[in-house]
Design a binder for this molecule. Structure first.
Ligand SMILES: [Zn+2]
Length: 242
């Protein structure tokens, strides 16, 4: 991500670390209570955060990752507070590793992973995690990230009309993806790819309208929600059109 921003953020958390010997330090208190870091020490807005994520993904796909912020000194300095610049809502699939595919480090992104990157109907654990990042950590950008060949979406296509075909809670999970399959039916192109894109689009729309935390911030332009799909073959992320 933006190295200048990261440097200033690092300076902030390291200052907070150093100040831990002084109980009166307001900087430490700010870091511990997850308050906004001083002006200039966080990414300015969602567009810049997105630009940095896509730049990191480009480095990943071209085999030139920087693999930033993984040293003991760097993760120790973050022990007093976190200031991620984006929420990534992605599938639990083992091949979709957000920190790696966006070439970011510890503390850079707030990741919520659930099979099929489902949001609507997924309950308080998923929505509450995202809301926490926005309300408490002031994260300006949310990326709903689907991926090619998603098994959860495949299952929803295969079992669209077969309610009892999947064991345990898998059926309930796949149920949440069925609307995406139904809405993308008949579109030109590959049915699985279309359903994956539509599943992401449904998640994006759900978050943009999610009251009371996200919707007003989206309306005021303080938070941006975008969707994208990660290609398992190329490593590239392509954004949804809207
Ligand atoms: Zn998946």
């Amino acid at each position: 991500m933006n190295q200048g921003w990261k440097a200033s953020r690092r300076e902030f958390v390291m200052l907070a670390c150093a100040a831990s010997f002084s109980p009166a330090s307001s900087r430490l208190n700010a870091a511990e209570s997850q308050e906004e870091p001083p002006a200039g020490s966080r990414s300015a807005n969602a567009d810049e955060a997105l630009r940095q994520l896509l730049a990191g993904n480009h480095r990943f796909t071209t085999g030139e990752p920087l693999t930033p912020r993984r040293s003991p000194q760097e993760f120790r300095s973050l022990a007093h507070g976190q200031f991620p610049e984006a929420v990534i809502v992605s599938c639990a699939d083992s091949r979709v590793a957000p920190e790696i595919l966006f070439d970011v480090g510890v503390g850079d992104i707030f990741v919520v992973r659930v099979a099929g990157n489902v949001i609507d109907g997924a309950g308080a654990s998923v929505k509450g995690s995202i809301e926490y990042a926005v309300a408490e950590l002031n994260v300006p950008l949310i990326v709903v990230l689907g991926h090619s060949g998603c098994g959860a979406v495949k299952a929803a296509i295969q079992h669209l009309n077969d309610k009892d075909s999947l064991p345990g809670s898998i059926n309930g999970l796949v149920d949440l993806i069925r609307p995406a399959v139904a809405q993308s039916k008949g579109l030109a192109g590959d049915p699985l790819e279309n359903a994956i894109r539509q599943n992401v689009a449904i998640g994006v729309e759900r978050l943009r309208r999610l009251e009371p935390i996200l919707a007003p911030r989206v309306k005021e332009g303080k938070v941006k929600v975008v969707g994208g799909v990660y290609d398992l073959s190329t490593g590239g992320v392509t954004l949804n059109r809207k």
